[in-house]
Design a protein around this ligand. Structure first.
Ligand code: KE4
Length: 429
């Protein structure tokens, strides 16, 4: 594979954009080399600026669940754009997508749209603090809820990739209100709650972690969190920015049958345009301005183009009763194929998968939390990443990420990926 034009564009970008990218994880820092610049994408394929075709297992970090440039979404954006792009006034389509989302997701009455997952999570904890009158939050080491200050404490995703889980710029005053718990360790959470229960507004969690690789909740863990919250007047927030509309129509709440008090969304809900959202029961959501005292706002919140893309995406997912089973079967097929290759080559590995989220860890220790996720052999991961890339397969440029399959993938794409893995495995230890 030739990446000359990508490297040239990266050199130009470095002159005017910090690190040459607008989001750190794109910079390939964890795997080395220059990032790939994309020209266009269609279905399961990316086409880079050097003319290489790549089978895409990241899909813009989740949104493109039906594949890139999905025609109904494209048509919706084009049609809406002809009528103007932003008004800063209410539009009917915001109510349409809100009603559809509320009908698809269990246990919510109202939803507020914002422009990113970060904004959704930031707003959700402010609402939890305003509703409960308490200041502290519990998050989990390795979970990532976007880059607002309260969350950059042992965060996952790009933050841990750069080994700076506690970002400079986050004040001690902010950090003191964020307590860190261990994912999948209910006793650890219970002890933290017992010590701080008078001050705890919420527990925020990725119900399936996707920012330290993919980590499923241990049996009973989510139910345990629900019980702790019920017993101590704490709100349970499910950050479903990744899992929402991906693991099921109703996301992780539907998949695991555990109800959260607030749920945050991003990625799929926007169909590839900038949309985040947070939702919950009316008694909590009505605390939001202009109805209630908790302030939250945004010039482009509910932007008509973004709403058109998101509405088209949700409509497609809502009417297609096979898509989640199809995604699950394709991801299981990929998991089995990769595991077979690694075993044949005596490569220590653990594969975690939930639905169409999957991650490969080059360690034989089960990956159940941030500590065990950090045990992976990163040198092997780098060889794996670059080897697959040279074979035309694009996976996450960090071991601390989940892959996200799209339903446009065909089984021959999966077979090509498994064959590519077989070639690459020969150079791994
Ligand atoms: P955004 O602000 O990036 O839209 O969403 C933040 C966020 C919140 N919650 C979860 C569970 C998330 O995974 C994310 C963002 N995910 C990362 C990928 N690990 C986005 C990629 C990036 O930072 O460029």
């Amino acid at each position: 594979m030739i990446y000359k034009r990508s490297s040239a564009l990266f050199a130009e970008a470095l002159r005017v954009i910090p690190g040459g990218v607008n989001s750190p994880v794109r910079a390939f820092k964890a795997v080395g080399g220059d990032p790939i610049f994309v020209e266009k994408a269609k279905g399961p394929y990316l086409y880079d600026v050097d003319g290489n075709r790549l089978i895409d297992y990241i899909n813009s970090w989740g949104p493109m669940i039906l594949g890139h440039a999905y025609q109904p979404v494209i048509d919706a954006i084009v049609d809406k754009a002809k009528k103007g792009t932003s008004f800063g006034m209410p539009t009917e389509i915001e109510t349409e997508i809100a009603e559809l989302a509320v009908s698809m997701v269990p246990n919510i009455d109202k939803i507020r749209f914002v422009n990113s997952g970060t904004e959704a999570c930031m707003s959700a904890i402010r609402l939890a603090r305003g509703y409960t009158g308490k200041d502290k939050i519990i998050k989990f080491a390795g979970c990532y809820h976007g880059h607002s200050d309260s969350f950059l404490i042992q965060a996952g995703s790009g933050a841990v990739t750069f080994g700076t889980p506690n970002s400079p710029g986050v004040t001690k005053g902010t950090a003191k209100d964020t307590l860190l718990a261990v994912y999948n360790d209910i006793d650890n959470v219970a002890a933290l709650v017992e010590k701080n229960k008078e001050e705890l507004a919420c527990i925020i969690i990725e119900p399936v972690a996707g920012n330290m690789g993919c980590i499923p909740p241990a049996d009973g863990f989510l139910e345990g969190l629900r019980h702790l919250c019920d017993e101590n007047n704490i709100l349970l927030i499910f950050d479903e920015v990744m899992t929402g509309f991906r693991l099921a129509k109703g996301g992780a709440q539907e998949l695991y049958g555990v109800k959260a008090d607030l749920i945050t969304f991003g990625k799929v809900i926007g169909g590839g345009l900038p949309v985040g959202a947070f939702a919950g029961r009316e008694k909590i959501m009505n605390h939001l301005a202009p109805l209630g005292p908790v302030y939250q706002a945004g010039t482009l919140s509910g932007n008509p183009l973004a709403m058109a893309a998101g509405l088209a995406m949700l409509k497609e997912l809502n009417k297609n009763n096979e898509v989640y089973d199809s995604l699950k079967k394709k991801t299981e097929y990929l998991e089995h194929g990769l595991a077979t290759v690694f075993s044949k080559n005596n490569i220590k590995h653990t594969i975690n998968r939930v639905g169409s989220m999957i991650s490969i860890h080059f360690s034989e220790t089960p990956v159940v939390d941030f500590k065990t996720a950090a045990l992976g052999d990163n040198e092997n991961f780098k060889k794996f990443f670059h080897g697959l890339l040279s074979e035309g397969v694009y996976i996450a440029p960090s071991a601390y990420e989940s892959w996200f399959l799209c339903d446009a993938l065909k089984y021959e794409d999966l077979d090509a990926t498994i064959e590519a893995c077989a070639k690459v495995a020969k150079n791994m230890k």
